[in-house]
Each structure stands twice: as structure tokens, then as C-alpha cells.
Design a protein around this ligand. Structure first.
Ligand SMILES: Cc1ncc(COP(=O)(O)O)c(C=O)c1O
Ligand SMILES: [Zn+2]
Length: 392
């Protein structure tokens, strides 16, 4: 039974993630023109929301509606996203000696990935603003999610995707009634195509962090992790980062909860994982000024990690720094072996992106950067069932 205290949202304003300049929540915004950086939603964290308020609420991410930016409940476009399980990886843990190893399995979401969360909020806000046409550059999962939620919202949808993406990602867009455009190259080439197509601002561009609301949906992973761990967070969270919304969103959630007094003690170390074929965050972590100089991005079988120039780079670096975390790159062969190992041991056919977190953990362990007794959470962001072409 849903029991929501009023008002429906505690969101107060938007602010530039770089200089804190404020922008209105009531108008359609993209990113902050002052600094050319993402906008973030700010909430009133002093309005008395309690962590015990959620006990009897619906089992999806809209249980946290006060900390989401939709103003009118009737505008919510939901397919039941969120409240995905945290599964203990007991066999894998035992085999390698980890005493508390779990995986939050985001493949339980609609359209089989965590992208459903961000897109649910973005499309709900698009409906609130009476937007009629959305466009998205995607490595695959976000496009499928946007196509599905736009279908439900009666919003026209155009998806621009690299041609080499596995077939199912293309088919689902068309089955949901979206227009699909294929581009030779990676997601940054799709973004260029969108710039060309959108000169007259016909479409609302739902690119990662170029509108403020997908981040809010992704943030709910952080709220769920806290609630599911009974408000005692893991020591380490390992997350496959492409555009970075999940990493940034989880960290935003933890900080909001800290402000509301729901969490005590240190926050988890946030470990980002990328593919060796495309690891801009690793390059920038090592050399924030000159990282683009010797950087040649290539495709990877973990399609969602092939984001060569993430718009949220500064925000990702800030999360790693604030959480005392790091970034690790894993090669594609290792990623495939990770998918197979987890399938054969735990009975979970997870995405290559998710499997990369497991291999990153083994890498950390081999360098003694993680203790066997630490409470470790891996994020599986999608389903292995969508990548048969990549997993042979
Ligand atoms: C399965 C999967 N994992 C991870 C990512 C990276 O997402 P983020 O933008 O949160 O870094 C993507 C993005 O396409 C994805 O599809
Ligand atoms: Zn600014």
C-alpha cells in the first residue's frame, strides 16, 4: 500500500554541478550553460522524511518519491522498475575466500537493465513538461528503455545506436515503436549525429547527464542498497562505469541520506570498472589534464562501457576522490570468462558490464587492495540474455 506524505517531492531547485548556480525546476533544462557541466537536483533534506517511512510502500523505486523530482504523481511513467534483489554470491565467495560478497542484480528491471530507472524519471519529467519527441544516443540498453517508456507515455522516440551493437538491442527499439538510426562508430559518434539532426531543437535530448533527471532515477540504487542492507552500507561497491550516472547517482543518494541522518559511519569506497578497450576514466584518473592525448577508444563486448568522452567525467572523478575509491580496467577476454564463471557457479547469466566488476574484484584482491573480510557489493547492471552475439 502506497502511503506518501505531502508534498509529493522535496525537490527545491536545480544547480550547476560545478559552480552551484541555481536554475528553476519548473522550466525545461538540459545542462548548466554557466559551466557546460551537468545540472543536479537539490532537495530539502530537513523536511522530516524518516527511513522508517518506507516500510509499507510499493516495492519499486517510486517508494522514494519525495527524493525524486516528479511534481505530480499522475505524470509518473512506471513499468515497475527498482527494488531489485541483492543476491549473496556464496559459492563464488567461498571459492575465493570472500566472507561477505553480494551482487545487486539490476537485470530484474523492465527492459532488463538499470537504465530503466533513469529513463523512467526522465520520461516522467518529459511528460510533466509536455515534451512530444525524445532522442537518445545509446550503447544499447538506454535506447531500449527509452523506447519502452516513451511507448507507454505516448512520446515519439528516436534511438541512435552504433551499428555493431548486438541485434536484440535494435529489435527491441523497433518492437517498442521507436525510430532507430544506426551509426558507424561509438556512442560519441551517435551524439554527433544527434547534434546534426537536432539543430532546430525538434527533439528533447535524453543523453547521459545532458538532462538532470536520469541521474535521479539511477540514484535510487543507492537508496535501495541502504535499505536492503538495513542502513549499514557495504565497505566497497564495485560498479561498471560508462557515462557514469550510476556511480554518481549512488554517491548522491548516500550523501542525501547522510544529510537526513539516515546513515552513520564512513560511506563505501566506490570502485569504477571499465573495459581496457575504452577506459577514459582510468586515463583521466591518472592524468586529469592530458588524458585525451594518448587515448584511442575502441569497441568492447561490454557495450555499455564504450563511452569515450563522458560528459560527467568531472563528477565521476569527484566520486572516486571523495569515496577514497579507484578505477580498474579489465580486458574483454577476462570479461567473457567472468560472465561464464558467474553463470556456471551462481546460475546468473549477467551482462558483460556486470561481470567486469567480478574480475575487477579479483584484480584488487591479487594486489592486496581489498580484505577478504570486507563487505563487498558488485553491481550487475544488465542481462547476459541480451548479448548472445558477444559471448561466444
Ligand atoms: C549494462 C550496462 N552497464 C553499465 C553501463 C554504464 O552506465 P553508466 O552511464 O551508469 O556509467 C551501461 C550503459 O550503457 C550499460 O548498458
Ligand atoms: Zn556553473
Amino acid at each position: 500500500m502506497l502511503t506518501i506524505s505531502k508534498p509529493f517531492t522535496f525537490a527545491t531547485t536545480l544547480k550547476c554541478s560545478n559552480c552551484n548556480r541555481e536554475y528553476s525546476l519548473l522550466s525545461v533544462n538540459t545542462f548548466a550553460p554557466c559551466c557546460g557541466q551537468p545540472l543536479v537536483v537539490v532537495y530539502d533534506t530537513s523536511s522530516g522524511l524518516l527511513k522508517t517511512d518506507f516500510q509499507y510502500r510499493q516495492k519499486n523505486m517510486w517508494r522514494y518519491s519525495e527524493m525524486l523530482p516528479v511534481i505530480k504523481e499522475e505524470n509518473i511513467i512506471s513499468l515497475g522498475e527498482g527494488m531489485t534483489p541483492i543476491l549473496p554470491l556464496i559459492k563464488l565467495g567461498n571459492r575465493f575466500g570472500f566472507s561477505d560478497l553480494s551482487m545487486k542484480d539490476e537485470s530484474f528491471n523492465p527492459t532488463l537493465s538499470f537504465k530503466a530507472r533513469g529513463i523512467s524519471v526522465a520520461v516522467s519529467k518529459a511528460k510533466e513538461f509536455k515534451i512530444e519527441q525524445c532522442i537518445i544516443p545509446t550503447a544499447g540498453n538506454a535506447g531500449g528503455a527509452l523506447a519502452a517508456y516513451c511507448a507507454k507515455a505516448n512520446i515519439k522516440c528516436t534511438v541512435v545506436m552504433p551499428r555493431h551493437t548486438p541485434a536484440i538491442f535494435k529489435q527491441e527499439c523497433e518492437l517498442y515503436g521507436a525510430e532507430l538510426l544506426l551509426v558507424d562508430g561509438l556512442i560519441n559518434d551517435c551524439a554527433k549525429k544527434i547534434e546534426e539532426l537536432n539543430k532546430n531543437k525538434k527533439y528533447f535530448d535524453v543523453s547521459t547527464l545532458k538532462e538532470p533527471y536520469r541521474l535521479e532515477g539511477k540514484k535510487t540504487m543507492g537508496y535501495e542498497i541502504a535499505e536492503q542492507y538495513n542502513w549499514e552500507l557495504p565497505d566497497v561497491i564495485i560498479y561498471p562505469a560508462g557515462g557514469g550516472t550510476g556511480l554518481i547517482g549512488i554517491w548522491k543518494a548516500f550523501n542525501e541520506m547522510k544529510k537526513m541522518g539516515w546513515l552513520s559511519g564512513p560511506l563505501p569506497k566506490m570502485i569504477a570498472v571499465q573495459s581496457k578497450n575504452c577506459a577514459p576514466l582510468l586515463h583521466a584518473f591518472k592524468d586529469p589534464v592530458n588524458w585525451k592525448k594518448n587515448f584511442t577508444p575502441m569497441p568492447t563486448i561490454a557495450n555499455g562501457l564504450a563511452v569515450p568522452y563522458p560528459f560527467g567525467m568531472n563528477m565521476m572523478l569527484k566520486v572516486l576522490k571523495e569515496s577514497n575509491g579507484t578505477v580498474i580496467a579489465v580486458d574483454d577476454k577476462e570479461i567473457i570468462s567472468g560472465v561464464k564463471e558467474i553463470a556456471k557457479t551462481e546460475g546468473l547469466l549477467i551482462s558483460p558490464e556486470g561481470a567486469a566488476t567480478w574480475k575487477a574484484l579479483l584484480d584488487l584482491r591479487s594486489r592486496n587492495k581489498i580484505d577478504l573480510s570486507e563487505k563487498i557489493l558488485l553491481l550487475n547492471t544488465g542481462s547476459g540474455y541480451k548479448y548472445p552475439d558477444n559471448l561466444n
